[in-house]
Design a binder for this molecule. Sequence first.
Ligand SMILES: Cc1ncc(COP(=O)(O)O)c(C=O)c1O
Length: 439
Amino acid sequence: MHPDALGQTKDALATVLGERPPPDLASHVVAAFAQHVNPGFLEARKSVTEAGDEAAVEWEGQGSLVRDASGREFIDLLGGYGIYNLGIRHPDVIAAVEAQLHRSPLHTQELLDPLRALFAESLAAITPGDLSRAFFCNSGTEAVEAAMKLAMWVTGRHTFVAADNAFHGKTLGALSLMGKERFRAPFEPALISTTRVPFGDAAALADVLERAEVQPAAVVLEPIQGEAGAVVPPDDYLAEVRRLCTAYGVLFIADEVQTCLGRTGALFGVDHWGVVPDIITMGKSIGGGVIAVGAIVSTPELWKVWEPDPFIHSNTFGGNPLACAAGIAAVHVTLRDHLSEQALKKGQRVLDEVRALSERHPDVLHDVSGRGLLLAMHFASNEVGYAVAAGLFRRGVLVAGTTGNARAVRIEPALNIADDLLDEALGRLAETIDEVAGR
Ligand SMILES: Cc1ncc(COP(=O)(O)O)c(C=O)c1O
């Protein structure tokens, strides 16, 4: 033990309690990241380092505004890569979590926990078709694991089909579906056998299923690819995937970890095309931006394998009372405040404005893609993307590239971002792109 462990933890707790002035924090946090977390993170925060300030230490936020420890304010156009559909610290979610916090933050594990039942009921109310049984976990990747296990269990088969450039998480099962070689390669061959097909190409999927000697347990797809750069498939794609899966007796898992709860301008990505998958995975925004929550929802038919022994796949913290309180509030606020509709309308505005910028500077900004408020700007190169992200950072706007690649820079703000704040952010974006184009 460090000789001053007691003093160190006292200071750390004082920071948590807000007793230590935040401006002191920056250099301490940078050093502690380097020594106790991973110095690689300091290098990876490229937009921040290129902007000449690697010590931007997050301190507080509300709605679509974030402040760092020195009091600088940023407009949040990133939305935590899709966790902040409701913005930061939404008052209704905080109230729900606080109410539960004062009753019982976790559960005994033995008595029936009421909020788990109510949250499952809420999810059944908003998911398509007869998807009506829910299982809870604490992250997106765990949701994908649960969906994969359910598919293997129901079909008795052990392989999968996933899309090129797909992102489904980084635990071993979900990682097997990963499109990006960089994340997968160090762990092969320990992963589950997965055939990859081009996203959006139904004929390629038909070919794989047609030629398979043994069918896969499931086809796993993001309805709109997020991490790949907000890629929207052709309009007939998901319906054709559904048809093929049914025809070949293969399950269809829609990974909606990033697209759930209104993000793309519909409650779920599959809703744009009226498609009902066999299993939907959720994560990110489903905890209302306050608690980490993951979930899968499926049909009574598939759930039958799970009923004789619910502990075959279970966990300690999934569906805990705080998580469910946050989730119930998040679903209600999404419906009450018409957040899907807001996302659709604001997303179209951003698309139009960014498209105009791309017409003004075609050499810098090649394209903009996505739907609702899951959007991405596609720049001429990594360097140009970083330069834009850094320029925006200097102007007090947060965005980020996809992991390890700034050619595609995502725009994924809160669905309820105020119009004047969105205007302001778009103005600063135009200024930044003009500047980068003029270099
Ligand atoms: C579609 C999709 N699935 C799964 C995941 C993994 O979620 P988590 O990072 O919470 O494990 C992500 C994360 O970005 C995602 O976008």
